[in-house]
Design a protein. Structure first.
Length: 252
């Protein structure tokens, strides 16, 4: 993405059309872009007591961020992979989902797309609830198990507690359950006709569909990192810790 070229004569609608990331940045500062489409950036910022230069700086910062590749993550130890995934969980829960929820709740699309928004306002909160539950469950089970295995590997748990960890279902079973997890955004994808943007779409609708599709693409990448990288590393860690533990018990 190129550096943001700010033009104080352009409306928020024009600026967001040129760079959809601006919509998310404005939300970060408490500004709903769809309520200020005819205003300039300065006018929208003044209404919310925000310095426009801070918005522009944040936009350029977001544009310069680079996600690590799967290959780069593969070279990192498992605790750093878990740390990266936790950071992405926080991004989904604190930024991406609230931004999308704000649009779903607040955007008015007119009579032509009224049924779509009615259905979206019913469906999207259910998706959010399910997804957040999935995140908490993953952190409370898989991530916690990895942490315990690392503690055992570092001899930080008493032998009796270490043995207890291996009475739990093996990570391979957790991996199979994870891969079989339903397509979380299937309903929203069908509702939006694979995020197809009609010719009559407003700027707000274009941004909403673009951001929904962007979220789905991020979730697909996130799941692939977990299935193809985290689980294999966790299974190997579990095998190695079990081998060391077996030797330790024999020697005792």
């Amino acid at each position: 993405m190129h550096a943001f070229e700010y033009n104080d004569k352009k409306s928020i609608a024009d600026l967001v059309s040129e760079n959809h990331v601006l919509a998310g940045v404005l939300h970060y500062f408490g500004i709903r872009f769809f309520q200020h489409e005819t205003h300039s950036l300065v006018e929208a910022c003044q209404a919310h007591k925000v310095n426009p230069s801070q918005v522009i700086a944040a936009l350029e910062d977001w544009a310069s961020r680079k996600e690590p590749t799967k290959e780069e993550l593969y070279l990192h130890p498992i605790e750093l992979v878990v740390g990266y995934l936790k950071k992405k969980h926080r991004y989904f829960v604190r930024q991406a989902l609230p931004f999308l929820s704000s649009m779903v709740e607040g955007i008015e699309l007119g009579s032509e797309h009224k049924n779509l928004m009615t259905d979206m306002r019913l469906m999207f909160p259910l998706f959010v609830d399910d997804f957040i539950h999935h995140i908490h469950e993953e952190e409370d089970t898989l991530f916690r198990r990895i942490s315990l295995l690392r503690d055992i590997d570092a001899s930080m748990l008493p032998l009796t507690d270490a043995i207890q960890v291996f009475t739990l279902p093996p990570i391979a079973i957790m991996a199979a359950d994870h891969e079989a997890h339903d397509d979380e955004m299937e309903g929203i994808r069908k509702l939006t006709n694979d995020y197809h943007i009609p010719k009559s779409a407003t700027v707000s609708m274009k941004v909403l569909f673009h951001e929904l599709q962007q979220l789905e693409e991020e979730l697909i990448i996130h799941a692939k990192i977990e299935n193809d990288l985290l689980f294999p590393k966790a299974i190997e860690l579990e095998k190695e810790v079990k081998r060391k533990l077996t030797l330790q018990i024999k020697n005792n």
